[in-house]
Design a protein around this ligand. Structure first.
Ligand SMILES: Cc1cc2nc3c(=O)[nH]c(=O)nc-3n(C[C@H](O)[C@H](O)[C@H](O)COP(=O)(O)OP(=O)(O)OC[C@H]3O[C@@H](n4cnc5c(N)ncnc54)[C@H](O)[C@@H]3O)c2cc1C
Length: 549
């Protein structure tokens, strides 16, 4: 009898691992004051790689949220129903303090530890990272209204996930959303037309539409609307203090490429009660505090996606044989894997460095605040831009299996472009680099102080730093500068990544990065590291599971 279903040469399932299996993560925690968070990071990493959470992630995506606009009697309800797995993921994230907890935690390194946890946990499922991130990000903006912050901040930072639409101040914990984008403008929020009319008691009434508002079951939103004084930031609750629903009608959920577990809605404000946050007319300045934090999470989320893809690629190629030996023993596949590993570590080390800068700037370090201003814009541009290509290449390492949903790779691939689009699409992030340079000269000094800490360690890095200075000198008039904005943002990010790897990673990784990304010998696809690169050293580092994990 012919055996047709004997399974051979397939990789075993990848489960029961830790997503904290990366030396660069632990090194950053120890270096930048986050060592106290190691046990929590380790526990969360192990949970994220467990079969139970992998199932939750699969269910949350395969059973996407459903909108209910009306009840059976025709009353508006404007509710979104999620699979229980979504709530389980949210509860774990909030209980581990991935949302706003660091703002209520006085320990040095609180933002770094939170970043490490966000990084390991979002490798399990990225969609629910959206409301988690927005809740994290809402607090610094809300502080522009101290009276509101006094009431809401303790609930935004509380480690209780308390879903359901009830008056916010009666709940044990709150989730926050962001409501800026309108049909006629997302990047250009000054084009917003939603009107805010003073009600005479300090509150306003909002009327208008929002073309994208994710996580519409959040308890409160920071929204932009046109007050008589100009564009203003407002706090808008879903449910009013007397228990009635605020005037926020959910019109539709977006049918999205990815990010399917998360609901992204079109909403209409109909006389919605709102309280101003920050000075009327200074809405952009207020909400940018929120956007800066979500941008950090875009960098961390992209780095997390890269690490998740790399892990799958390493696993598959270690088990799959072709042409007589395992794929990961074939020289060209080793070159691809090593290149993916270099990119992944460069993204991780930059994301965690930015999180450390948040800690230090919160503690009053002006230099770190200035560094963050420029490096975050460049990092948002470059790391998020690299995410899609990295996901595609990691997927391809699995061959046809990588294109099939069961592998989990399509989910990573679909998610990647989003992190580049929202919170400032590629061009907007690159233009923000120019803005930082023109408005905050201290940012450039802080940037060079950071990269010069590695001066003399690698001639290619030294040359690349000199190249950045030359590029800056040639920016010229504003139109010419715009044409160079992407090149500049890319170069700033690459040089910073290179300096961090030279200082903190292994010689193999640092050398492979500098020889490729900084020295011009690199091709345009992954897998084109120069022939002298120490592939064995890079792959040994990528496969090292730190004891703590
Ligand atoms: C899944 C998803 C969820 C979202 N959730 C939310 C949410 O919760 N809340 C919210 O407020 N928004 C949300 N958004 C909206 C998102 O922030 C915007 O889509 C994004 O900021 C881009 O705005 P836009 O779509 O209007 O595109 P546009 O602003 O029209 O931009 C289109 C393109 O033009 C480029 N561009 C813009 N200005 C310039 C310029 N001056 N020079 C050169 N190029 C330029 C952009 O980089 C982009 O590539 C979400 C989007 C998605 C996809």
């Amino acid at each position: 009898m012919t055996v047709t279903h004997e399974v051979t040469n397939q990789a075993p399932p990848l489960t029961g691992f830790s997503t904290a299996d990366e030396p660069a993560l632990w090194e950053a925690l120890r270096r930048d004051g986050g060592a106290w968070g190691e046990p929590e990071v380790a526990a969360l990493g192990a949970l994220a790689g467990s079969a139970e959470v992998q199932d939750q992630a699969r269910w949350a995506e395969q059973q996407p949220p459903r909108l209910h606009t009306h009840d059976r009697y025709g009353h508006r309800v404007d509710e979104v129903e999620f699979h229980p797995a979504w709530h389980q993921l949210m509860a774990t994230a909030v209980e581990h303090g991935l949302h706003a907890a660091p703002w209520g935690d006085g320990r040095p390194g609180a933002h770094l530890v939170r970043a490490a946890k966000f990084y390991v946990w979002s490798q399990a499922e990225a969609g629910h990272g959206c409301p988690v991130s927005m809740t994290y990000a809402a607090v610094p903006a809300l502080r522009a209204a101290p009276e509101l912050a006094a009431h809401y901040e303790p609930l935004l930072t509380a480690r209780h996930y308390d879903p359901g639409l009830r008056p916010p101040l009666t709940k044990r914990g709150l989730i926050a959303g962001m409501s800026m984008t309108e049909k006629q403008g997302g990047s250009d929020v000054r084009a917003n037309t939603t009107a805010a009319v003073p009600a005479g008691d300090g509150s306003y009434r909002l009327t208008g539409h929002k073309w994208f508002t994710s996580a519409p079951m959040s308890d409160v939103f920071l929204a932009l609307a046109q007050a008589p004084e100009g564009l203003t930031c407002f706090l808008v609750p879903r449910v009013l203090p007397d228990g009635t629903r605020n005037g926020m009608h959910l019109m539709r959920l977006k049918d999205k490429l990815g990010n399917r577990s998360n609901a992204s809605s079109e909403i209409e404000y109909a006389d919605a009660v709102a309280w101003p946050v920050g000075a009327p007319g200074r809405g952009v300045r207020t909400i940018v505090e929120m956007v800066n934090m979500t941008r950090l999470d875009c960098v961390l989320g992209s780095a997390a996606g890269m690490r998740a893809g790399l892990r799958q690629a390493l696993h598959h190629t270690a088990h799959r044989r072709a042409f007589g030996r395992e794929l990961d023993r074939q020289p060209l596949m080793r070159a691809v894997l090593a290149d993916l590993a270099v990119e992944s570590e460069a993204a991780t080390v930059l994301g965690l460095r930015l999180a450390a800068a948040v800690d230090r700037s919160q503690a009053g370090d002006a230099g770190e605040a200035a560094l963050r201003r420029l490096a975050l814009a460049a990092g948002k541009y470059w790391v998020c831009k690299r995410g899609s290509g990295h996901a595609a290449e990691a997927l391809e390492c699995l061959g046809g299996n990588g294109y099939v949903e069961d592998s989990g790779m399509p989910r990573l691939y679909r998610e990647a472009p989003l992190l580049s689009i929202w919170e400032g699409s590629g061009n907007v992030a690159a233009l923000d680099v120019l803005r930082a340079l023109s408005r905050e000269p201290a940012a450039l000094d802080a940037y060079f102080a950071e990269v010069d800490a590695a001066a003399g360690a690698d001639r290619r890095l030294d040359a690349a730093v000199a190249g950045v200075r030359k590029l800056l000198g040639g920016l010229g008039d504003p139109d010419r500068a715009q044409l160079m904005a992407r090149s500049l943002a890319e170069r700033l990010a690459l040089v910073l990544q290179g300096s961090l790897l030279v200082r903190y990673s292994t010689p193999a990784v640092a050398d492979a990065f500098c020889a490729s990304r900084l020295d011009g010998e690199w091709g345009h696809a992954f897998g084109t590291l120069p022939p002298g690169a120490d592939l064995t050293g890079v792959l040994a580092r990528a496969r090292t599971v730190p004891d703590a994990a």
